[in-house]
Design a protein around this ligand. Sequence first.
Ligand code: HEC
Length: 156
Amino acid sequence: MMYPGQGGMYPGGVYPTHLKSDFESNGEMIYYTGYNESGDLIEIRYGPRWLYVHGGSCVNCHGADGKGGFPVMMGFAIPSDIRYETLTSEEHEEEHDEEAGEEQGEEAHPPYTDETIKRAIIEGIEPSGEPLDLTMPRWKMSDADADDVVEYLKTL
Ligand code: HEC
């Protein structure tokens, strides 16, 4: 049973009511709240409806440790491990589901760089040029905010 106000649906129970002082950096604040340090909501171009309605950010899908791995509400793909080390390592494996289109013996995509991580966040495109699953929202983030998020991923 869920009662109003119990808030059990959101991993970590994170709501965009934090003060800037709760976070050590702009990147961390965006990761947890979807707001930047100027108090602007980072809008999404596409994403699951609950995210529009209730707000949320990276942490709701990728977790506080950035490792992802658990399914999200109305999501079709499992959020990936987005720790910087994982994204940029050679061994980074495709965690795509075995749906259509995967039978060309697709290799793990090339390692990410700071630039391609930003592109993944904003445009939803992998280093290989392939689109990410639409479970991953497309964030209308400024270049500076995206830089800060990438910096934050380096600390996970
Ligand atoms: C609604 C859930 C959700 C939210 C919120 C979300 N992501 Fe994702 N993200 C995903 C899913 C699912 C994938 C995997 C997509 C796929 O496999 O094609 C993903 C993939 C990624 C990737 C590509 C990783 C890879 O393995 O290629 C990056 C980078 C990323 N997310 C960063 C972020 C950042 C930064 C935020 C916050 C600004 C964020 N995500 C918010 C669900 C989410």
